[in-house]
Design a protein around this ligand. Structure first.
Ligand SMILES: [Zn+2]
Length: 566
């Protein structure tokens, strides 16, 4: 029995910038947990000499198999099980997904399981070349879970688990949708729990997209975090249309007579159905409401085919930029939309009042109007749209967990693709800054070329090297707790951003995009850290351009220069 209650995919949502989240259970453990943290935990059989981090093994032998599939992947792991520290890969791995990429490589991903129950965030991937020779094995395998005598029969009912989770995050009665629950093995702070992983999504001015892990035997809340963030840090701070900055835009729109749209007189809608194999590009209007439950809102409508009023300008940009980002992924990476399968691209503008942020909530992009001082309407930034959509691509590929280093990678990939799609510079948000921000010297939100030219904000500063600026190097890393920016996801991301910039300056943005896209969609794992990112990105460069190629060297150089050396 794997899942008792299957509801749509887990939702990952993430905002453009950091903000205050409701205080969560604060725990000191980080990706860089100190040895002491391990020592304090009650000893479990094999834990002590196993640090349970993602592995990345480049195979020297290049063993060849007749087929690249689940069976040969398991056979390969079984044959090398001592090396991979696995006792019984046949039994402990399952639910295979097999993908073939444009280089002809095949990637067989196996989920770690205990009696058929998935081990959260743990999977092993065997990578084959065209001739079915194994090139690399990576992923994360929890040796202790495999060996411990861990029961997978829950004594707590799923209903109780859901109720405990709801209470633990003060969820209101009215939820956007039913919470989802999955029975998992959850390795956390050196213990392995049988847990209900519950996702609770709710609304209001303080929206929540919580992941709560409830012990499926004792009912204790083991861990929880909010994957939706919103800002409060910057108070002062074929039709056609006109964008926020005055650009003339040609738009693909829909007339109400055409099918598929709520027909209503002779209205024209920001609904683009012109792309084959895409379920459409839709732009909605939240009408300045904060009601998260009402998203996506009302389809943006005009009595004629031209959208030139001030109120229409943010919608024009959202609509136009969504199409640009869609075309980027299709043309550069042969990816059809966010999920690679043509899912509809939805954006909502005019969310809330003077809202200084934008976010991806697992289903769509949402843009505030800005307060006019720090930001103007955020949809005006092509890089902002690309940043948000990249979160969607990450959700459907690497699934990087939105906390600590994996969360910082999630943010970094969004910024990097922001700078790749909006290719003129290495800045994020240069087109959405308000007059007051610019006057104070804040001409963009973040910089990949020179992250350290901007301050991080007073509450984060004490966790860094004292400088108070965004870090450009591991020496300047911010060791933040989970309740501050989810452990620095918008801050430490700038170290990875800067590594990408250094590489991009050497080989150009096109090749940089190929390499990073491959890392994101082929190698990175939900719990990857910066070191794993280095290996994944370099491996991608080697796959694409060859060992010792200029591209592989430039990629390595980028990581070396920011102090991620292994
Ligand atoms: Zn983001």
């Amino acid at each position: 029995m794997k899942k008792k209650h299957v509801i749509p995919m887990a939702v990952l949502s993430s905002a453009l910038l950091m903000g205050t989240v409701a205080p969560t259970q604060t725990h000191a453990i980080s990706e860089n947990a100190s040895p002491n943290a391990h020592a304090q935990i009650q000893q479990k059989s094999v834990h002590k000499d196993h640090d349970n981090r993602p592995i990345f093994v480049q195979e020297k032998q290049k063993e060849q198999y007749t087929k690249a599939n689940e069976n040969s992947a398991k056979a390969h792991l079984n044959k090398n099980k001592d090396r991979f520290k696995m006792a019984d890969p046949e039994r402990s791995l399952g639910n295979a997904t097999v993908t073939k990429d444009e280089l002809g490589m095949t990637h067989v991903k196996l989920q770690q399981e205990k009696n058929g129950v998935p081990v959260e965030g743990h999977q092993v991937v065997v990578h084959y070349d065209k001739e079915n020779k194994v090139q690399a094995v990576n992923g994360q395998f929890n040796e202790a879970v495999e060996q411990e005598d861990l029961s997978t029969n829950a004594s707590l009912s799923e209903t109780s688990g859901l109720e405990i989770a709801r209470e633990s995050v003060d969820a209101p009665e009215q939820l956007v949708e039913l919470p989802t629950s999955t029975l998992v093995i959850y390795p956390f702070q050196d213990e392995n729990y049988l847990a209900y992983k519950v996702n609770v999504n709710f609304l209001g001015e303080d929206p929540g997209n919580w992941f709560v892990y409830v012990d499926a035997n004792t009912g204790k809340v083991i861990d929880k975090y909010n994957a939706l963030m919103h800002a409060d840090g910057y108070q002062s701070s074929k039709g056609s249309g006109t964008g926020v900055l005055g650009d003339h835009r040609n738009l693909h729109i829909t007339h109400s007579n055409e099918k598929g749209v709520e027909a209503n007189g002779t209205d024209f809608y920001l609904y683009d159905q012109s792309h084959e194999n895409l379920d459409g590009i839709y732009t909605y209007d939240a009408q300045n409401s904060w009601d998260y439950s009402a998203l996506p809102g009302k389809l943006f409508t005009s009595p004629n085919a031209s959208f030139h009023d001030d109120y229409e300008k943010p919608a024009v940009d959202a609509h136009y930029n969504s199409e640009k980002v869609y075309e980027y992924y299709l043309e550069e990476h042969d990816r059809n939309s966010i999920d690679g399968e043509g899912m509809a691209i939805k954006s909502t503008v005019h969310y809330g009042v003077d809202y200084n942020n934008a976010f991806w909530n697992g289903r769509q992009m949402t843009y505030g109007d800005g307060d006019g001082e720090f930001f103007i309407p955020l949809s005006a930034g092509l890089d902002v749209a690309a940043h948000e959509m990249a979160h969607g691509v990450t959700t459907y590929s690497a699934g990087l967990k939105y906390r600590f280093q994996s969360g910082a990678l999630n943010e970094a990939f969004s910024d990097i693709f922001g700078a790749l799609v909006d290719e003129e510079d290495w800045e994020i948000g240069e087109d959405i800054m308000g007059g007051d921000a610019v006057a104070s010297g804040r001409t963009s939100l973040r910089s990949l070329s020179d992250p350290s030219k901007y301050p991080v904000g007073a509450k984060y500063a004490p966790y860094g090297d004292g400088n108070g600026m965004y870090p450009s190097h591991m020496d300047e890393y911010y060791d933040l707790p989970l309740n501050l920016d989810n452990g620095g996801v918008h801050i430490n991301s700038s170290i990875i951003n800067h590594a990408a910039y250094i590489t991009g300056e050497q080989i150009g943005k096109d090749k940089l995009g190929q390499i990073y896209y491959r890392a994101l969609t082929v190698y990175l794992q939900p719990e990857s850290d910066f070191s794993h990112a280095r290996q994944s990105v370099i491996q991608s460069a080697v796959d694409l351009y060859g060992e010792n190629s200029e591209e592989a060297q430039a990629t390595e150089d980028g990581f070396n220069q920011v102090g991620i050396t292994e």
